[in-house]
Design a protein around this ligand. Sequence first.
Ligand SMILES: Nc1ncnc2c1ncn2[C@@H]1O[C@H](COP(=O)(O)OP(=O)(O)OP(=O)(O)O)[C@@H](O)[C@H]1O
Length: 248
Amino acid sequence: MIRFDQVTKLYAGNNRPALNSVTLEILRGEFVFLVGASGSGKSSFLRLVLKEENPSKGQIHVLGQNLGKLTSRKVPYFRRNLGVVFQDFRLLPQKSVFDNVAFSLQVIGKSKGFIQEAVPDVLKMVGLAGKSGRLPHELSGGEQQRVAIARAIVNKPAILLADEPTGNLDPSTSAGIMTLLERISGGGTTVLMATHDAGIVDQMKRRVIELVSGQIVRDERQGGYQTQALPVQRQAPPPTETGLGAQR
Ligand SMILES: Nc1ncnc2c1ncn2[C@@H]1O[C@H](COP(=O)(O)OP(=O)(O)OP(=O)(O)O)[C@@H](O)[C@H]1O
């Protein structure tokens, strides 16, 4: 579904690679957390999957396509198979909830009839059935993120990429968003989510890929936010004249 073979990404003017020889495979229907400190390469990884950036070295396959061989004419068609959600929602402020979702279908040429059916269905699925006429500023943060998710999934993408989707939300609202993403994943969509939210990662026990300085340092089946594999290092007590550690 998503395969990286020794992918390195160097940005112009930055001599440390954002991703450094990353090799991994993500299978259909998996729910994967991408974790790591700020600047470790998570967003770069997502941008490469979307072909918003190209690798400096290595190969990327997404949905059976070698992205290096995808012509720019074909990129918009390729992206129809991917939904994307961001921390800051990115809704169109002057458009209603319905129109925000409908717009993404209009731009890819879906018929009016299709839109009239698909939009209410997806708004119901994300729990916003009664709010289709509202403007974004008339919604809570959690509701705005639900609109963004509805927009991302209305065309039934095979892959949903989420870059810190709960970053602006409180814990209980975040939990609701995660329940929704789990439901989407349960329907067969591959979900890849970059996050700093340790509570969510620890609770969900899904696959966790950890990046440090652009390299994968951990890929665990049912991981937590922090590695479980390494033992906790205890500081040895300082030696005393008797050779025993100081007693307190
Ligand atoms: N367009 C760019 N041009 C130059 N350097 C970039 C660009 N985008 C990212 N970088 C650099 O690449 C590295 C990885 O950045 P990236 O945004 O992928 O990290 P991240 O893990 O998503 O961070 P955060 O958690 O803060 O979003 C950083 O050193 C960053 O400064």
